[in-house]
Design a protein around this ligand. Sequence first.
Ligand code: PMP
Length: 389
Amino acid sequence: MDMKKYLNRQVAAIQPSAIRKFFDLAATIPDVVSLGIGEPDFATPKQFCDAGYRSMLEGKTGYSPNPGILELRQAISNYLAGLIGVEYDPYNQIVVTVGGSEAIDATFRAIIEPGDEVIIPEPAFVSYAPCVELAGGKVIHLPLTMQEGFKLSPERLEAAITPKTKAVVLNFPCNPTGVVMTQEELNALAAPLIKHEVLAISDEIYAELLYDGRKHASIAAAPGMQDLTVLISGFSKSLAMTGWRIGYVCANPELLNGIYKIHQFSISCASTTGQYVALEGIARGHAEVERMVEEYDKRRQFIIRRFAEIGLPMCEPDGAFYAFPQISGTGLSSGDFCEQLLKQEKVACIHGSAFGDSGEGFIRCSYATSMENIARACDGIDRFVNGLK
Ligand code: PMP
């Protein structure tokens, strides 16, 4: 029987994540060293876990309020006021979600009418386009280049806007490029957004992972942009909490209420224990975050140096934990490069085309793994690239 006919057409049309397929292949090869994974190699710090454990022993094991425990929403509000100078009311402008992932999905579902266009500057995180399509929207791929530093300019943005444009996705620090936009650069994007009344869906999940003394910048802090911004973030990366599934979304109360309706009826609430773990991290975990960022920075500097030695050009990654070197000089496509590298050197990286067409010619290397693994992987990449000459 044709069971496919029961599937929603939009769902049937969605392709499985190219990253998953590659990991399935990597899993068949023993002793692989992986720069493929986009998650911290640190366990959640004990101090945070202890707070979750205490909350359980105190019997806080039931549902939390739908938008999240109030102390956590207050802590998020304080945190954002300190980080970007933007005030969000914990009572009607913040909802705690199941990771940044739920926030992304619920946001698109809340704002998109059939046929609405959402501009996604690429290369981009793999979930945005499927979530837009599943919500009935049309993805407008906006390919950015290394020559532009993988940054979105107001001119490129305005040229992509049509009367159907509902929103643009911004993700800085960026997965997969590691690129960061400054506050001045983000402020410049405000003019076309305000002029055409287009929302910014700003995924700031890597806000804590910045190097060389950089300060996090947000489109929400650009003059006139707070109401036009849906700020999405979470604790997976900054607090090494991927498995706890805690994120959040902040927006104008009317917009947030729409997102909240979806959250309330599909999710009820994020994990209560996870919320107590996140609360400890965001309210009292600064030293632990600093410790992890210091460690990522050592690895970042190492990988920048090694790719320069190997001769792979790259936009210097200023944030997140990814490097995105250009491999097109080898003559291989990014897919072939990664597959051959995996088979010959047992090194797993992600082919840049997984992040959109403009990622072709690049590979994503995560340095959220031990220095020993990074050194081994770089040696393998070095041998592989030199062997192609
Ligand atoms: N946004 C970006 C840019 C990401 O890289 C990720 C995780 N890879 C997420 C959102 C989702 O994170 P989570 O759901 O674990 O909070």
